[in-house]
Write a new protein. Sequence first.
Length: 105
Amino acid sequence: MIWEKVKEIEEKYLEIQKQRQKLEEELKSLPSGHVDAKKIGKNTYYYLRYWEEGKLKSKYLGKDAEEIKQKTEYSIDLRKRVSLLKEEEKRLQKILERIKSTIDL
């Protein structure tokens, strides 16, 4: 009974690791940062703002940046999910370490 639970925890831990790695790979293909809009007169200009080597950089996107805006929002959402998966991964790792230390006694 208890070994079945341990096996479940191990499987869940491995599953979460795989999910996190998959999301991190997907993040590599997405832009980091956020889209910033500047209004000059009646025109709106869009810039991708991101950090690089400790400096805030801006890249001009043009007058229409809807596609890249969606990608950056999706990127932010993925980063949040990766963060939650990392927390869950750490929690499960601690549980497995406690079980191992209890067995070793």
